[in-house]
Design a protein around this ligand. Structure first.
Ligand SMILES: [Mg+2]
Length: 361
C-alpha cells in the first residue's frame, strides 16, 4: 500500500502516521497545500497531526479532507472578498490586460464542466448547462480549439454539452477524444486520441460493483462510474455519516494497490495510480493539436475544483496562458485569475468571442 492510498497502519509510530497523513492529504490537495513549492512538507500540518495523535483522537485524513472540501464560509464577508479579489483578480475586470499578452499566439480554451459550465446541484445526474451557456461555448469553438476536461465519463459529459465540434477529455483526462463533427456514422471511434488507463477497466468495474453494494445502507450516498475512475458523491449524505462512508470507501480501496483516492467538491474520487491528471491532458491535447512549442500558444483553462489545480500548475510552470479559478470564496490555488460562478464564466466566454471579432472587424 502506498501513501497515495491514504492507509495508515495502526502499528506505525505517531510521527510516521502524522507524516503519512500529511503526505496522503497532499495527494488529495487540501485547501492549503501541505507541500510547499520547494517540495518540503508543512511542519505546521505535521505538528497538527501529532497534536491530535497525542490527544488520543483517531487520525482520519479522509474525513478531514471531506470536511475541508465543504467550506461553510461564504463570500458574504466583505473583507475576505476584497482581499480575495486583490490576490486573484477578476478575469472580467482584467480582461483587456490579460488578453494583451496573448498577441500573436494561438489561444486554446479548456473548460471544466461541473461548477464551471453548470451549477453544482444535489443530483449529479441533473447538472445541466443552460442553452445560453451552450451557445457561448459554441461561439468560442468557432474561433479557438476548445476542450471540455472533466472528471465525469466522456460519454456523460458529452450528453450534457452536446457539441460535436469540441474535444472531450473525460475521467480526469484519462479518456480523450477529438471532434466528431462532420464524421460519418460509425467512425466516431477513430477520434479517440488517448486512453492511458485502459488496463484498469476491469478493476474499476469490480470496485464499482462492490461500492454500490457496500454503501447502499448510507442514505444519500451515490457512486458514479466515470469509466476510468469512480466518484462517490456525498453531497446528499448527512455529515454524521461522512466518517462511515469514508471508512467504507477506504476499506474497499485498500485492497487495490493500483487505485488511489482524491477529493473533489463533496465527492471522493477513486482513480488509477498512474500519473495522469488534467494537467497531463492539457499538455497532451496541445501536442495533439500540433502546438508542442509553448512560446506560440496561449492556453486558457477555467475550472473550479481541486483536480483543476493540476492544469493550473502546468500553465504556471510554463509561464504561458491563463489559469482561471471559478470560486466566490478564497482558496489556495495555482490559478492567476478568478470568476465567481458559472454565469461569470459565460460572460467571460462571450467577451472572448467579442474580443476576437474586434481584432478583425
Ligand atoms: Mg468542476
Amino acid at each position: 500500500m502506498t501513501n497515495q492510498n491514504m492507509v495508515i497502519s495502526d502499528a506505525k509510530s505517531c510521527l510516521t502516521m502524522a507524516i503519512a497523513a500529511a503526505m496522503s492529504e497532499s495527494t488529495m490537495l487540501p485547501q492549503k497545500p501541505l507541500i510547499s513549492q520547494n517540495g518540503y512538507l508543512s511542519l505546521k500540518k505535521i505538528l497538527k497531526k501529532l497534536e491530535s495523535c497525542g490527544n488520543g483522537a483517531r487520525i482520519n485524513p479522509l474525513l478531514d479532507s471531506m470536511r475541508a472540501s465543504s467550506p461553510t464560509r461564504r463570500a458574504s464577508d466583505a473583507k475576505d472578498q476584497s482581499s480575495w479579489t486583490l490576490r486573484l483578480p477578476s478575469a472580467l475586470s482584467m480582461f483587456e490586460e490579460m488578453m494583451s499578452v496573448s498577441k500573436g499566439k494561438q489561444i486554446v480554451v479548456f473548460l471544466d464542466y461541473d461548477g464551471t459550465l453548470s451549477p453544482i446541484v444535489e443530483d449529479p445526474e441533473h447538472a445541466f448547462m443552460t442553452n445560453e451557456m451552450r451557445d457561448a461555448v459554441k461561439g468560442v469553438a468557432k474561433f479557438f480549439p476548445t476542450a471540455i476536461v472533466s472528471g465525469r465519463s466522456r460519454a456523460k459529459v458529452y450528453s450534457f454539452v452536446r457539441l460535436s465540434e469540441l474535444y472531450y477529455a473525460g475521467s480526469h483526462g484519462m479518456d480523450i477524444k477529438g471532434p466528431t463533427e462532420g464524421l460519418k456514422r460509425g467512425r466516431e471511434n477513430q477520434t479517440v486520441l488517448c486512453q492511458p488507463a485502459r488496463e484498469f477497466l476491469p478493476i474499476i468495474n469490480e470496485v464499482y460493483r462492490t461500492l454500490i453494494d457496500k454503501i447502499k445502507h448510507i442514505p444519500g450516498a451515490k457512486v458514479e462510474n466515470n469509466k476510468f475512475c469512480l466518484s462517490v458523491h456525498y453531497r446528499c449524505v448527512e455529515e454524521k455519516n461522512w466518517a462511515k462512508l469514508g471508512d467504507e470507501v477506504k476499506s474497499i480501496v485498500k485492497g487495490y494497490q493500483q487505485l488511489r483516492l482524491t477529493q473533489g467538491r463533496k465527492v471522493i474520487e477513486i482513480r488509477p495510480t498512474i500519473k495522469w491528471d488534467k494537467g497531463n491532458a492539457l499538455e497532451f491535447l496541445l501536442e495533439s493539436l500540433g502546438y508542442a512549442e509553448w512560446n506560440d500558444i496561449f492556453p486558457i483553462y477555467i475550472g473550479d475544483d481541486r483536480t483543476d489545480e493540476d492544469a493550473f500548475k502546468v500553465i504556471r510552470r510554463k509561464g504561458q496562458g491563463l489559469g482561471i479559478l471559478v470560486s466566490e470564496s478564497p482558496k489556495e490555488t495555482y490559478a492567476s485569475y478568478s470568476l465567481n460562478e458559472p454565469s461569470e464564466v459565460m460572460d467571460f466566454l462571450t467577451q472572448l468571442v467579442e474580443w476576437k471579432q474586434s481584432q478583425y472587424p
